[in-house]
Design a protein around this ligand. Structure first.
Ligand code: GLV
Ligand code: MN
Ligand code: MN
Length: 418
């Protein structure tokens, strides 16, 4: 495997984590731009490596019905309910190497440390690596954790990737059975709690000079897919006044979204991260354009009002430009609070590590948004450099990875179920 487990005791957890982060980052669609996408050969290679690390850490491990990696470290007797730890191992395109893998690898390294010391707890510890959190391939997100939570929406099996391959066919190609995704589901009585460590992906901990923080809640999000249809035509012959250009219509929509979010005083954020123009030739007026919108706000009512307002603005632009409009909601997640009793145990572990306890909300989405349906959820954030994430410059210092691991390990060892 090329990366040995950390030495005895907890002193080098950080170095072991960084070595594994680097090793996992070698598994990418292209060497220049990190991309590990759901149901691809890179998904398979990463899963094999993670399963091997789980087994090396003393866990029984398997690939579940949607391609998640699942490890289990028994408690002081077999079959006990578990404290579940996890994060995702898929990435965005041209990703950083820490978003997702930090939490997953830290959890594996914590279990490895328990195993090395022969420490068994009065509950089992399970570690899940979710195969799809980012939703890069099929627009719908949290596919791995939704399958575990038993809330996987079978209607998304028909969703197609950019090459026209459906999720159903991609699962079959990967060697999984789309009829049996339900087998990945767990039930509430098997879980005592779900705890996820993750890089902060923002600048707050760095500004506070803190390596770790306790998360209060995960902000909800809405994602929309928009399609504008006008009329393709000759770039040299159709006068400007007679055009129904879908791309200039999309441009007007995008600037309207930016303007709307920019002028919101209460933290609304909106992003158009993907756009595709058809037919896509220099001398053809674009006849059809598809783009995505991602909208987030600190509260659910705020986000819902903003989505309705943005949709009205897009409708007005489409009407004015005589463009046909289709808008689909591809993802909708409510804000998920971290459970106070569990957050208190995270805070205790942070304080016991000698750190000032600092609480902060998560603007980014996480697998806890799905896991809340079967367990109380808590999150530990680890500082990243410059608040940079979803970017190849994403970085966590080994000392901070170590601090996060020590907090997680302490929390596991002192964990008291509700
Ligand atoms: C996940 O990274 C998200 O918040 O989009
Ligand atoms: Mn991400
Ligand atoms: Mn993430």
């Amino acid at each position: 495997m090329g990366v040995g487990m950390a030495g005895s005791g907890t002193s080098s957890l950080g170095d072991g984590i960084v070595a594994r982060i680097d090793r996992l980052a070698e598994i990418s669609e292209t060497p220049e731009h990190l991309a590990r996408i759901f149901l691809t050969p890179e998904h398979r290679a990463a899963a094999d490596l993670l399963l091997a690390w789980m087994r090396e850490a003393g866990m029984s491990a398997h690939l579940d019905a949607i391609g998640n990696v699942c490890g289990r470290y028994e408690g002081d007797r077999p079959g006990l309910p578990c404290l579940m730890l996890g994060s995702h191992f898929d990435t965005v395109r041209d990703a950083g190497k820490w978003d997702g893998p930090l939490g997953l690898i830290t959890a594996i390294c914590c279990v490895a440390d328990l195993h090395r010391r022969g420490r068994r707890l009065p509950f089992a510890v399970e570690v899940v690596g979710f195969a799809d959190e980012e939703g890069v391939r099929f627009a719908s997100t949290l596919l791995g954790s939704r399958a575990v939570a038993g809330t996987f929406d079978e209607s998304v099996l028909g969703a197609k990737d950019r090459n026209g391959l459906s999720m159903r066919d991609a699962l079959v190609k990967f060697g999984l059975d789309p009829q049996h995704i339900g087998a990945a589901a767990r039930v509430r009585r098997e879980l005592l709690a779900y705890v996820e460590l993750h890089i902060e992906q923002g600048p707050v901990l760095e500004a506070e000079h803190l390596a770790v923080g306790a998360v209060t809640a995960i902000a909800g999000a809405t994602r929309l897919a928009v399609r504008l249809t006008g009329m393709a035509g000759h770039a040299g012959t159709v006068p400007m006044a007679l055009r129904r250009d879908a791309l200039t219509g999309a441009a007007a929509c995008i600037t309207a979204i930016e303007e709307f979010c920019r002028t919101d005083p209460d933290g609304l954020v909106g992003t158009v991260g993907y756009i595709h123009a058809m037919p896509g030739a220099t001398n053809v007026i674009p006849g059809q354009v598809s783009f995505t919108i991602d909208i987030r706000a600190p509260t659910d009512p705020h986000r819902k009002l903003a989505v309705a307002d943005i949709v009205r603005r897009i409708e007005a632009i489409a009407r004015e430009r005589q463009l046909a409009l289709q808008i689909d909601v591809t993802h909708e997640n409510r804000t998920v609070p971290c459970a106070p009793w569990l957050k208190a145990q995270v805070s205790e572990a942070i304080a016991a590590g000698g750190y000032r306890v600092y609480e902060l909300p998560s603007g980014a989405g996480h697998d806890g948004m799905a896991m809340i349906d079967i367990a109380d959820v808590a999150m530990i954030f680890v500082r990243c450099r410059g608040g940079i994430s979803h970017h190849p410059d994403e970085h966590v210092d080994a000392a901070d990875a170590d601090a996060g691991a020590r907090v997680l390990l302490r929390m596991i060892e002192n964990f008291r179920p509700l």
